[in-house]
Design a protein around this ligand. Structure first.
Ligand code: ATP
Length: 308
């Protein structure tokens, strides 16, 4: 796959504080790449560097091999929402398309089609300030893709959307990638990231922690967990083989298991005195992997992971 965006050894400090320490990743054409990390990790700072809003202290950012950002080929849904308020929906969409040198007639056609798709048919003449939060977000999303960008940055695209609208956005983002758009997506909604993204780049305190294909990351980090309903003492389960961590709440015990264990064999050796009203085996989710990293639990202490 060909990279549209290449970020190499990005470093950025504000005053005397280093915010980004040697960040490198790329985004290929036709893929959805997630940039993830706890609050304050440096995601928006990375995106602002890519967009040329701020400049890196060190490092290189290239678009199809060139240093200059090809503004007309880039779409950006920023974290800070806000379109001009006192303007009609169609006018703002056409204005933004014009800024990208996109033909007016095509822009109007696309705007109408997207407004219809997102349930905003007939809102062309509505003033932006009269839109609800979710409606405003839909218009801003349309604004970011009206000019058919080859590279799209979406910062928290799902916030404030109802479940139906989330599905619409999900499908649209997938379709854009399927048509060759390179997409960099930042979101705290791990379930959506897990479903949608091809690769992920996870930063913590301005440094890379995980960079790789979603499937490989899950394979590497999504260990099994065993959830048991029943009254069991912590000390009775803590000593069981291959148990890395135990969580207990009321009569539920969750045993986080070590990597690469054989589940059938592990189940066979559970002691007879264990009270089991219900038992389930699952792989931990990206959400749980994220929490482990954000709270500095053991998982990644053995080193970094890269398999992009
Ligand atoms: N203009 C600035 N001046 C000084 N510090 C800044 C500036 N912008 C960001 N920072 C700091 O850089 C760090 C990273 O911020 P950033 O906004 O990139 O995080 P983020 O990963 O996008 O977080 P969130 O998930 O909360 O949006 C934070 O500690 C923040 O306080």
């Amino acid at each position: 796959m060909k990279a549209f965006l290449q970020v190499d050894h990005l470093k950025k400090s504000f005053k005397n504080t280093t915010i980004l320490k040697d960040i490198s990743f790329d985004v290929n054409k036709g893929e959805i790449m997630a940039i993830l990390g706890p609050n304050g990790a440096g995601k928006s700072t990375t995106i602002r560097n890519i967009m040329g809003i701020i400049y890196p202290d060190e490092g290189n950012i290239t678009f199809e091999g060139k240093q200059q950002i090809p503004r007309n080929k880039v779409g950006y849904l920023p974290e800070e929402r806000g379109l001009y308020k006192n303007v009609q929906v169609m006018d703002i969409l056409l204005y933004l398309a014009e800024l990208k040198d996109y033909p007016r007639k095509k822009a109007r056609e696309r705007a109408l089609a997207y407004l219809k798709k997102f349930g905003l048919e007939g809102k062309e003449k509505t003033s932006v300030e009269e839109l609800s939060k979710g409606m405003g977000q839909k218009v801003q999303f349309i604004a970011s893709i009206i000019h058919e960008p080859a590279f799209l940055i979406l910062d928290e695209p799902f916030s404030g959307l109802d479940p139906v609208s989330q599905e619409l956005f999900k499908q649209e983002i997938r379709d854009l990638a399927a048509n060759g758009t390179a997409i960099l997506l930042s979101s705290h909604q791990m379930n959506l990231v897990e479903e949608m993204c091809d690769r992920l780049f996870l930063i913590h305190r301005g440094q890379k922690v995980i960079y790789g294909k979603m499937d490989d990351v899950k394979q590497e980090y999504a260990n099994f967990k065993c959830t048991i309903k029943g009254t069991n003492k912590r000390e009775d389960v803590e000593g069981l083989p291959d148990v890395q961590r135990v969580e207990q709440r009321d009569d539920t015990t969750i045993l986080y298991l070590t990597k690469d264990i054989h589940i059938a064999s592990w189940l066979k050796q559970l002691p007879d005195q264990l009270e089991v009203k219900e038992l389930s085996i699952d792989r931990i989710s990206l959400h749980e992997i994220f929490i482990d990293i954000a709270t500095d639990q053991n998982m990644l202490n053995e080193g970094e992971y890269e398999r992009a």
